[in-house]
Design a protein around this ligand. Structure first.
Ligand code: MOS
Length: 715
């Protein structure tokens, strides 16, 4: 008898106990022995120029200090060319301590290594740096006027400067109803609770790194390139991630610094960035200004759509993201243009932050759609349903599946959308505060990358399954255990899933919501093969894998490399969703509360409804932050982030969050991958800020087009 299906069951996290008991080891918690040195980074206090002098004498003689590294004495590293798809296509990564040039405020200019963290921190405070300051571009308003089209080509997966189908200008001019508006999203910071940390240890010519990362294989490849050593000589270990949201996709300069210092002092070295340093060293969601123009017939049919966006990037790398991608396929519209510009500034390079591009781009588009609904005097849900696309008009492909209408139907019903009086300022709660209902569409692409998995079936009837994947929080350990147990036909407790080590079979980046589809497919394929081998070797026929394994003389050990099929050539593959938010606004104080959010998603098959729900409400919490709180404040004069800590950078806390509900509509997509999963990580942030902003408009009649929606923008 085969065990009951575990795919689709709300299994509690298999690593839950290890997390709550502290047994789960995060990067900074590994212990490479008593000789561990602690590195503390000294960062630049100017945004552009060159280092004139560095006085390290006081630091070098301070108690416990082992070494002070600056560009003067740091080894020159090969920095061989290496780009992964988490790196911007155009430009070159920061070469840390290789010269005297300062590109941005907060750039590492020295590293102090000492016996203890406190000694290193004290030593770092003694390093004196003077600069020849040069004019630096730190004002977005100025940089915006010098923005350039991205160099990346669409054919290579880049984000193009211009796209067009039909003639949006002419259609807009002729449209019966028009909306033209500008939306601003400030820089936002991932702020994972776990600080970025790396421990580096050399043993002869081999380097081991315990690192906070979403991609161990890429840290290995990058460090091999930076140090000019074979990748076989680098091992990267990262079994747990305490949140990341994209901040740990790329190895940042401190990873190189740890390895450089460890070799220099011939001891293992640990670097834990401070919260403040993470604002200058680990990327962020770029500040964007977007302009949207919509033209529609009186019936609500879109006839013209123009969407342009300008985003900040650094002077040394051109970061782009899918800011305008969703606009080209979300709605049916014959005339669409998009225009992308990047504004190089003296800042560190931005990086993907949960739903990079879609979260920002759809804030603008979905607020504009709400403005169009108001202009048409039409229900915002109805407007979206009316413009639902039958196929991807950008790629000219059918969707593999698309549940947008179903999501709006299910979500609206659950939310009680029919109770909405469409007139702004018409609804109040029992204490007289203004109430608003808003909605927005959500979408996020589905992609599947090649991945490998190893399955060991042991003669005691248990299985160890592994892949060099990551789990920054979504529950990879749990969902992969479910896929493995189901495919093998073993009970959950007989399966152990391991991840986060370059010694394991290769896995793609833990980002872009691809882990379930990519690593899950590899796990499924490897388990299918392993099970078949076990039965082929069985001495006596049996339908039970445990029985079969107990007869074997030695274990089954298979590794399978799984390549995605060509479905992406034939289908446009995306998850879709509908987000509904209720706000309560105190008109006198301008404070906005969010008592309710309901999201309905068509995200294919849900492997684990419990962890998927956690993902979804996590995305909604982040959306509340994006809508109402989050704002990395950059001093335009100096490029310094002035609120670089969790006291100054606000994220939602429990008191900001009330009822959150996520519904996954039934969706069977035979094309996306054999598991039928689409990924649920990023789509759950998309649309939330727009739904809240639209609800604020409904409550107050005030259209706030610049995030976050703070009290001073409402009173
Ligand atoms: Mo996600 S921004 O791809 O970690």
């Amino acid at each position: 008898m085969s065990p009951p299906s575990v795919i689709g069951q709300p299994i509690s996290r298999v690593d839950g106990r290890s997390k709550v008991t502290g047994a789960a080891k995060y990067a900074a918690e590994f212990d490479p022995g008593p000789r561990l040195g602690h590195g503390v980074v000294v960062t630049s206090t100017i945004a552009g120029g060159v280092i004139a002098t560095i006085d390290t004498a006081a630091a070098e003689t301070a108690a416990g200090v082992v070494a002070v590294l600056t560009h003067r004495n740091a080894p020159k590293l090969p920095y061989r060319e290496h780009k992964a798809d988490v790196d911007p296509e155009d430009g070159e990564r920061l070469h840390v301590l290789q010269d005297d040039r300062v590109h941005h405020h907060g750039q590492p200019v020295a590293l102090v290594v000492a016996n203890t963290f406190e000694q290193a921190t004290h030593g770092a405070s003694l390093v004196r740096v003077t600069y020849h300051e040069e004019p630096a571009l730190t004002d977005f308003g100025q940089a915006e006027t010098r923005a350039v089209p991205p160099g990346a080509r669409r054919e290579d997966g880049g984000h193009p400067g211009e796209t067009r189908r039909g003639n949006a200008d002419a259609a807009l001019a002729a449209a019966a109803v028009r909306v033209v508006a500008e939306y601003v999203i400030p820089r936002e910071q991932h702020n994972p609770i776990e600080l970025h940390a790396t421990i580096a240890a050399w043993e002869d010519v081999t380097l081991t790194l315990w690192d906070k990362t979403q991609w161990v294989d890429n840290v290995r490849d990058e460090m091999a390139a930076v140090f000019g050593i074979p990748i076989e000589n680098v091992r990267v270990v990262s079994p747990f991630g305490g949140g990341a949201f994209g901040s740990a996709l790329r190895p940042w300069p401190h990873v190189t610094l740890a390895a450089m210092a460890a070799r220099h002092v011939d001891r293992p070295v640990k670097i834990v960035l401070t919260r403040r340093q993470m604002y200058g060293s680990t990327g962020y969601r770029p500040h964007t200004v977007q302009r949207v123009a919509l033209g529609a017939e009186r019936t609500g049919r879109l006839v013209a759509l123009h969407h342009e966006g300008i985003a900040e990037t650094s002077t040394y790398e051109q970061y782009t993201e899918s800011l305008l991608d969703a606009t080209r396929l979300l709605y049916s519209c014959p005339n669409v243009t998009t225009r992308y510009r990047v504004a190089p500034m003296n800042v560190n390079t931005p990086t993907p932050m949960r739903a990079p591009g879609e979260a920002s781009g759809l804030f603008a588009l979905e607020c504009a759609m709400d403005e169009l609904a108001v202009a048409l005097d039409m229900d915002p849900v109805q407007l979206r349903v009316r413009n639902d696309a039958e196929r991807d008009e950008d790629a000219d492909l059918p969707f593999s599946s698309r549940a947008l209408r179903e999501c709006f139907r299910v979500g609206a019903e659950r939310f009680g959308w029919e109770r909405r009086d469409p007139r702004p300022t018409s609804m109040r709660d029992t204490s007289g505060r203004l109430v608003g209902y808003g909605c927005a569409s959500a979408t996020y692409p589905v992609s599947v990358e090649a991945a490998s998995a190893r399955v060991q079936l042991l003669v005691d009837g248990s299985a160890i399954v592994s892949s060099a994947a990551s789990d920054m929080g979504p529950g990879t350990y749990t969902s992969m255990t479910q896929v493995a147990a189901e495919t093998l036909g073993l009970p959950l407790h007989r399966v152990t899933f391991e991840l986060g080590d370059t010694r394991m079979p290769t896995a793609p980046v833990h980002g872009g919501s691809i882990t379930m589809a990519s690593v899950g497919s590899a796990v499924q394929a490897a388990c299918t093969k392993a099970r078949r081998q076990a039965f082929a070797r069985a001495k006596r026929p049996s339908a039970d894998l445990v029985e079969v394994l107990r007869q074997l003389d030695y274990s089954v050990d298979v590794t399978v490399h799984n390549e995605p099929d060509d479905a992406a050539d034939h289908y446009s593959m995306h998850a879709f969703g509908a987000v509904f938010a209720e706000v309560v606004v105190d008109a006198a104080l301008g404070t906005v509360r969010v008592p309710r959010i309901v999201g309905a998603y068509g995200a294919g098959r849900i492997i684990n409804p419990k962890t998927a729900h956690s993902q979804a409400i996590g995305g909604m919490v982040m959306g509340i932050g994006m809508a109402l709180l989050e704002h990395t404040v950059v001093d335009a004069r100096s490029g310094r982030v002035v609120n670089s800590d969790l006291a100054g950078y606000l994220v939602p806390v429990n008191a900001d969050v009330r009822d959150l509900e996520a519904i996954f509509v039934d969706e069977h997509d035979p094309h996306v991958n054999p598991l039928g999963v689409k990924g649920v990580a990023e789509i759950t942030l998309v649309g939330v800020a727009a739904a809240i902003a639209n609800a604020v408009h409904h409550a107050t009649g005030r259209r706030v087009r610049e995030l976050p929606i703070t009290a001073e923008k409402l009173v």
